[in-house]
Ligand binder design. Structure first.
Ligand code: SF4
Length: 208
């Protein structure tokens, strides 16, 4: 990667980490996917029960695979009844997630169709570990929500082949389709439990 991009990511990540800390959350910086995986594994004790939704960034650094292959109690939503899996995840030790966007001052923004992921980020799992590429960092809440609505959501609609206007146009038409994946918007602007939310910022582009 270009040295200027690396330097900018390192500097900006420090600002985001300070923002997270000011909101009683924990931030870390990993220069690349390999470092991010190592850091994530150092935060999750073996034997932990672990859940996750469809988090592309978690998969891209190899963390999902490591949870499946390693000594963890991984709750695999694809291998069991989805509702049963989600209800188990509410009581898990670690919930792994991506972020649709983050602000430079540490607000985490996510948007769900069914709300399972955002509800578990808000409450339930004992700890939440978020993996976010530096491509997710936006200047402020307005631009972060705009990113979520106009970039992440239309790409997710393609990913899940939902019957929504953005599937055909590639841009958000602010639909009220029954298949809309844009139902529940969560802005995490702080945590009352300072040990619960951990964010690993990765100096690469991850997810979408
Ligand atoms: S068109 Fe509908 S589903 Fe697609 S991004 Fe906009 S609100 Fe979400």
């Amino acid at each position: 990667m270009n040295a200027n991009i690396i330097k900018r990511n390192e500097l900006l990540a420090q600002k985001v980490i300070k923002g997270l800390q000011s909101r009683h959350m924990n931030g870390y910086y990993a220069a690349d996917k390999e470092a991010a995986l190592k850091l994530a594994l150092s935060l999750i004790p073996e034997g932990s029960s672990v859940g996750m939704g469809g988090a592309a960034s978690v998969e891209e650094i190899g963390l999902k695979e490591a949870m499946i292959r390693g000594n963890y109690r991984f709750i695999d939503r694809d291998a069991m009844d989805r509702r049963e899996a989600y209800l188990m995840m509410y009581d898990c030790d670690f919930f792994l997630a991506g972020a649709n966007a983050l602000t430079e001052d540490g607000v985490i923004v996510n948007l769900d169709g069914r709300g399972n992921r955002v509800s578990m980020i808000a409450y339930g799992p004992r700890k939440v570990l978020i993996i976010a590429g530096m491509n997710k960092v936006c200047p402020d809440v307005d631009s972060a929500v705009r990113r979520v609505r106009t970039t992440a959501a239309p790409i997710n609609a393609q990913r899940f082949q939902m019957n929504t206007p953005c599937l055909k146009t590639g841009s958000c038409l602010d639909c009220k389709s029954p298949d809309s994946i844009c139902c529940d918007l969560l802005l995490v602007r702080g945590s009352m439990d300072a040990e619960r939310i951990h964010v690993i910022l990765v100096g690469e582009s991850l997810g979408f």
